[in-house]
Unconditional design. Structure first.
Length: 206
């Protein structure tokens, strides 16, 4: 009767898990929040990350509008916050691209090198150029201001920071023990970022 547990995964999967480093899972966790955990077999955690991160990000958009995701904002804090939102993944980058392309325009009264801006209440956007609004016309979007804008930016930024932690957790999964009741000397002596306690790890089995 053997004293070792049978391997549940192929050899290369077990070696990768015991090494405590999974770059593919880390990349997938950035592509879509929770995807890295899901592919690695931690499906419940993946779903939790997906709902939590995207829920916060979409909540920020609902509160402050698409203008809270702005890589070219004239407000320094909003512009810098975008770099934290990037950790949400391509979703945040795509929202910013739509914002810049569809809701901002060039002011012909400004120098050609001036950045694009939102149309004011008495202006409208015409093929990427800002002009005076005619009867029944107006800006394509009203930029949120004050606390509403700040709360929206904060929600989206927190979503990015949470997914940054989730990316680290997917990139550095918990190591697996080998043998009964004891860890191999080569196994990592740490758990994952989110696994400070792992029930049953290293415990004796009947």
């Amino acid at each position: 009767m053997t004293d070792q547990h049978p391997k549940e995964n192929p050899a290369h999967d077990a070696d990768r898990a015991s090494a405590g480093f999974d770059p593919l899972a880390g990349l997938l966790a950035w592509v879509l929040p929770g995807l890295g955990h899901f592919v690695a077999g931690r499906k419940a955690r993946g779903v939790g990350v997906l709902v939590g991160v995207l829920g916060l990000f979409l909540g920020g958009l609902l509160i402050g509008g698409i203008t809270v995701v702005d890589s070219r904002s004239d407000r320094t804090e909003t512009r810098l916050s975008f770099y934290g939102m990037v950790f949400v993944g391509p979703v945040a980058i795509g929202v910013d691209r739509i914002h810049q392309a569809a809701f901002k325009g060039v002011d012909p009264m400004r120098p050609s090198h001036a950045p694009t801006r939102h149309a004011l209440p008495h202006e409208t956007l015409d093929n990427g150029t800002i002009r005076a609004a005619g009867p029944g016309e107006g800006p394509p979007i009203r930029r949120s201001v004050g606390k509403v804008n700040e709360i929206g930016v904060l929600y989206c930024l927190i979503a990015g920071m949470l997914n940054f932690i989730a990316i680290l957790d997917a990139l550095l999964p918990p190591g697996k023990s080998s043998g009964r009741g004891a860890k191999s000397k080569d196994a990592p002596k740490r758990s994952s970022v989110l696994d400070s306690i792992r029930p049953g790890a290293g415990g004796d089995e009947l």
